[in-house]
Design a protein around this ligand. Sequence first.
Ligand SMILES: C[S@@+](CC[C@H](N)C(=O)[O-])C[C@H]1O[C@@H](n2cnc3c(N)ncnc32)[C@H](O)[C@@H]1O
Length: 209
Amino acid sequence: MLGWMGFYEERVLPRVIDVVLGNRRMQQVRRPSLAGLSGTVVELGFGSGPNVPLYPAEVDRVLAVEPSARARELAQRRIAASSVEVTFVGLDGQSIPIDDRIADCVLSTWTLCTIPDVDAALAEVKRVLKPGGRFFFLEHGLSTDPKVARWQHRLTPIQRKIAGGCHLDRDIEKIVRDAGFGFERYTTFTIGRPKVMNFMYTGVATKAT
Ligand SMILES: C[S@@+](CC[C@H](N)C(=O)[O-])C[C@H]1O[C@@H](n2cnc3c(N)ncnc32)[C@H](O)[C@@H]1O
């Protein structure tokens, strides 16, 4: 039987994320980050599938990685309404049970904050990408404003408890660069409130051949 925390994380949180990150405003934020996706795409932390209606026409198929059964259930309506074939291939971005060099692109939107060993996940991204493959990301993380960053460090232990393991203070640019990727496009921006969650990183990182 699920304890209260298990019930919250498995049944309640996926629905909250679906509502908060699945609205029209967030769709507008997502759209530019997905521009250029093509071919076989591995999506990390697929969630309830809010990116599905936004996949460019050049996307052939999506191999989805998502641990939450409730999120996968919520995703069904979006998958059914799309012409893109979506297959759930794994539960954990730290260890994806698919072959090396299978993907043209990997996509992650607001997921690198949550994966416990994010460096292991980036190593998996590299492994599954074809030579010259591209990693598309849209993530919140460490602010460049030192005052905000201090609060992000302070609040991360609480945030991890209430938001399914989410870290407020990950330096996404450094994490992606340190994993050995170069950037084809990259930018940061802020959106909305609270400030501890409004610093966004988005870009396309390339794996050397
Ligand atoms: C904040 S939600 C974002 C969901 C979706 N990508 C979006 O853009 O709305 C983070 C997602 O990462 C998933 N997740 C948590 N741990 C994970 C892991 N180890 N590997 C892959 N995904 C994970 C969660 O279940 C959740 O669906």
